[in-house]
Design a protein around this ligand. Structure first.
Ligand SMILES: [Zn+2]
Ligand SMILES: [Zn+2]
Length: 260
């Protein structure tokens, strides 16, 4: 079969070699541990520059003053460590067993052709918008139902001035629910596996950016209208209500729950 008849001629060269390479490691893509490892490792790696920034902020007043809640003290680094321990515990207790079981049950497709750049962009954007809506609904419900707030969501609100690691510092049930919502978003939209991998990476990055405590000039909310970024989510942590959507602001505007 030549390239044209197999559909490869329509696929941009830039993504096809990457997808061909990934497909040679199907045992990794099918591993029951992949969802947990990918979520945990990307989270820790994306957090690490902010750990450095917070540590520098403790030593240098100029760097520390960039933090929205004021210059960090050594207590913040202890919070980082405690938060890291809780995140590991939540992964071990809930995320790993459930996502491993789900991964064993699914039979993923490995399309021959990589997505085009346009398809990748459209699928990732659609995933982010769908996840944002599902998270908004779930987050709003967790604040409105006292039992859910007490037993599922309150743990995430122990950090009134969030820091990057706090993005996943939640009860095991909440952390699991958020990862399942992300997996569901990609599954409902029938995304290409490459789009799904990029979506989970971006999702992790946006969650870290929301909690980092810095209103960065290169933050996505500074570049794209309609995104809330760290100021939007920090206001939620301070007020303990409002701004329920994680990334975009349209749902909070529409339902009158926007604060800031
Ligand atoms: Zn938060
Ligand atoms: Zn909340």
């Amino acid at each position: 079969m030549d390239d044209a008849s197999s559909g490869r001629a329509e696929s941009p060269m830039i993504l096809q070699p990457l997808w061909d390479h990934l497909k040679t490691h199907k045992e990794v893509l099918l591993s029951p541990y992949l969802p947990t490892l990918y979520a945990f490792v990307t989270h820790v790696l994306l957090c690490s520059p902010f750990l450095l920034l917070d540590a520098l902020g403790c030593l240098c007043a100029r760097v520390g003053s960039c933090r929205m809640s004021g210059r960090p003290g050594p207590g913040l680094l202890q919070k980082w460590l405690a938060s890291f321990r809780r995140v590991i515990l939540a992964y071990v207790l809930a995320v790993l067993p459930v996502t491993a079981a789900l991964q064993c049950l699914r039979s993923p497709a490995f399309p021959e052709v990589a997505p085009s750049g346009l398809q990748l962009f459209a699928e990732v954007s659609a995933c982010l918008l769908l996840f944002d809506m599902l998270f908004f609904i779930w987050h709003y419900i967790m604040h409105r139902v006292p039992w859910l707030y007490r037993n599922v969501h309150r743990a995430h609100h122990q950090n009134r001035s969030p820091f990057a690691m706090a993005a996943q510092d939640a009860s095991p049930a909440e952390l699991l629910s958020l990862l399942l919502l992300a997996l569901l978003s990609a599954r409902l939209l029938g995304c290409h596996p490459l789009s799904e991998l990029l979506f989970h990476l971006l999702n992790s990055w946006l969650a870290v950016e929301d909690h980092c405590g810095y209103d960065l000039p290169w933050g996505l909310h500074q570049l794209l209208p309609g995104m809330g970024g760290a100021p939007h989510h920090q206001a939620h942590h301070i007020a303990q209500k409002g701004n329920y959507a994680p990334y975009f602001t349209h749902w909070d505007r529409l339902f009158g729950t926007r604060i800031l």
